[in-house]
Design a protein around this ligand. Structure first.
Ligand SMILES: C[S@@+](CC[C@H](N)C(=O)[O-])C[C@H]1O[C@@H](n2cnc3c(N)ncnc32)[C@H](O)[C@@H]1O
Length: 264
């Protein structure tokens, strides 16, 4: 194993440990506030000190189990910016406590399906419990890595994700996996932390930790280039709010072409 593979593995394990702690904090102290949230460390404290639930409107929150709202650790609301139609199949990368999976499952209805994918056992247990409490049956939570999605090629209409891609140690592979599982014409709608282009990797790391969703964030230009390299089109990265100097919560949207490039 090379040194960089070892570093990537160690980083991923630190991410897993952090979010295991978040899931256990929600289970053990339901009602006492969220666990260590995405962006709740260092200079990025302002982002998610109330948890990711503040990005959901009152109607959405009231229709969810308390633990699903409490466990929300995102930096936006990908379900608010993603068109979903009845009967569609949705995949949420890094589904955490399941909030976006439950909301998506309701929107695609009984003929559709919402998958959540997460690597942390404690988050998966919390999400399954939340989905059962919410009474949604058209959901399935899968254990796995967003760098190795356990679904077949072309099996998903829409991929969503909320504050997770910045945590990946291999973002090019994540983008390639999203392109693989989406059907031709499929859509991507993501909330994530994105840096202004002027910030170097070292400057991003000064603004917050890796597990807190800051140090691993791509710049806007890197995000667009990564999605282009994976074959996406109609790419849009829109900053929604700044929470540290030059670091923003952002909405990222893109489409997989209906036909493979060169055959249009
Ligand atoms: C910041 S939380 C966001 C959870 C959820 N999307 C939300 O909005 O509440 C990050 C989640 O992504 C999961 N995660 C991080 N890196 C992952 C990876 N490489 N593969 C699969 N899951 C990952 C963590 O276990 C955690 O549940």
């Amino acid at each position: 194993m090379t040194k960089s593979e070892t570093n990537a593995d160690e980083l991923r394990e630190s991410v897993r440990r952090h979010y295991t702690g978040s899931a256990l904090a929600v289970v053990e102290a339901s009602g006492a506030g969220c666990g260590p949230c995405c962006g709740s460390e260092g200079k990025a404290e302002g982002l998610a000190s109330e948890g990711g639930a503040l990005f959901y409107d009152a109607v959405q929150r009231e229709a969810l189990p308390d633990a699903a709202v409490l466990a929300s650790l995102g930096c936006g609301n990908p379900t608010a910016v993603t068109e979903l139609a009845e009967g569609e199949t949705v995949l949420d990368l890094g589904s955490g406590g399941g909030i976006d999976v439950i909301l998506s499952a309701r929107r695609v209805g009984p003929a559709g399906k919402a998958y959540g994918l997460d690597m942390t056992d404690e988050m998966l247990a919390l999400a399954r419990d939340n989905a059962a409490k919410a009474g949604v049956a058209n959901v399935e939570f899968l254990k796995g890595l967003i760098e190795e999605v356990p679904l077949p090629e072309g099996s998903v209409d829409v991929v969503i994700s909320n504050c997770v891609i910045n945590l990946s140690t291999d973002k090019a592979t994540v983008f390639a996996e999203i392109a693989r599982v989406l059907r031709p014409g499929g859509r991507l709608g993501v909330s994530d932390i994105v840096a202004e282009d002027r910030l170097s990797a070292a400057e991003r790391a000064e603004r917050g930790s890796y597990v807190g969703c800051v140090a691993g964030a791509l710049s806007r230009t890197e995000y667009i280039a990564g999605l282009e390299a994976a074959g996406f089109e109609d790419i849009c990265v829109r900053f929604t709010h700044e929470f540290a100097d030059g670091m923003h919560a952002a909405i990222v949207q893109a489409n997989k072409p209906r036909q493979a490039r060169g055959r249009q």
